[in-house]
Design a protein around this ligand. Structure first.
Ligand SMILES: [Zn+2]
Length: 135
């Protein structure tokens, strides 16, 4: 496993990560926790956000397939569906990833929707059931 060099500037860091595979440095990375208001994808709750596109699955080093997923977010009591969201899935264990730039676009779209500056391409009706016995 390789060591991540110290960067003097953000440009240096960007250049480095554009020319190196982040999975080669996975062991040298630290886990960080920060609070952000993420819109969890209800269909893919374990989707991991990656800053850079890796060559192999960061968790199990298997090959990654490009896939397209639907993103379902729960927003103020409403369900919102975003289709055609590019993502990555590892071939053997199904670990799923979304690139940060894609996730940013999802967030931007949800923000536009929140402020009613974008119209949906279609509307679906959703059947709702309850297990509670009728009174
Ligand atoms: Zn994997």
């Amino acid at each position: 496993m390789s060591k991540i060099p110290e960067f003097e500037t953000l440009d240096e860091a960007v250049e480095f990560w554009e020319t190196h595979d982040s999975t080669d440095y996975w062991q040298d990375m630290e886990e960080v926790t920060f609070e952000v208001e993420l819109h969890r994808n209800l269909l893919h709750p374990k989707l991991t956000i990656l800053a850079y596109r890796p060559k192999h699955c960061p968790r199990c080093r298997q090959n990654l397939d490009d896939i397209v997923i639907e993103y379902i977010a729960h927003e103020n009591g409403r369900l919102l569906i975003i289709r055609d969201v590019p993502a990555l899935r590892c071939q053997t264990n199904g670990h799923e990833y979304i690139l940060e730039e894609t996730f940013d676009r999802v967030e931007q779209l949800l923000e536009l929707e929140r402020t009613q500056r974008v119209q949906p391409t279609e509307r679906l009706s959703v059947p709702v059931f309850s297990l509670k016995k009728a009174a």
